[in-house]
Design a protein. Structure first.
Length: 224
């Protein structure tokens, strides 16, 4: 800009220049000044826009306040924000901490989020832990979540995060298959497959165990 002003001043003082030449120099300089001004305006808009994005890239303070006050739904939402990088940098450790706050209050959604987080891991910052995944699936399964029951049943048949046991696998798959739902057919198929590897005595023991479980969890039945 300083250079353009200097050229403009020179063109105005150019006594040896013709009027046409001075006019030409003046117009050239004014165009350059206009282009410089346009670039400056664009730069200001970019900086302003980036600042606005930076200010909005955070979790809503009201949501954080609710989560800190023990609201389980808010705690799950904050956990999801950290897990998925919504408004904040992705941080699986922070996600797990918030999920656990809700899970410790018996929230099934938080328990399942934790199970998936430990099952899949998140690179070196959050390694997979099959034992923790199975433990959180078990908590949700004990609250009657059919999806967790079906998954836990398969974990037992595969020996992932828990000791391999077709008896335990059949038990959880049978519970998962006992109610109607979109995945019921799959649970039934998995149960039948596992059933080929257990004895009649095992099956009788499983049914007794199921009766006892249902008596202890009369209202804890959810669809998958």
């Amino acid at each position: 800009m300083r250079q353009e002003l200097s050229v403009l001043t020179t063109s105005m003082r150019c006594s040896g220049c013709s009027r046409a030449r001075r006019a030409q120099l003046t117009m050239r300089t004014l165009k350059a000044m206009s282009l410089h001004s346009t670039k400056l305006s664009i730069l200001v808009l970019l900086v302003t826009g980036l600042s606005a994005v930076a200010q909005s890239a955070s979790i809503d303070s009201a949501l954080i306040a609710k989560a800190n006050n023990g609201d389980v739904a808010a705690q799950v939402q904050v956990g999801e924000a950290y897990a998925e990088g919504k408004g904040v940098a992705r941080d699986p450790k922070q996600a797990a901490e918030w999920y656990k706050k809700a899970a410790d209050q018996g929230n099934i959604s938080a328990e399942l989020h934790l199970a998936v987080l430990y099952r899949d891991g998140a690179g070196k910052t959050f390694p997979r832990d099959a034992g923790q995944a199975a433990a959180w699936y078990r908590k949700a399964a004990d609250q009657g979540d059919a999806g967790a029951q079906g998954t836990l049943g398969m974990l037992y048949t595969l020996g992932q995060g828990v000791p391999r046991s077709d008896v335990d696998g059949y038990f959880w798959l049978d519970l998962a298959a006992s109610g109607p739902g979109p995945n019921q057919a799959q649970y039934i198929a998995n149960r039948q497959n596992v059933g080929t590897r257990i004895t009649a005595d095992d099956l009788e023991t499983i049914h007794e165990r199921e009766d006892k479980w249902r008596a202890e969890h009369p209202l804890r039945t959810t669809k998958p």
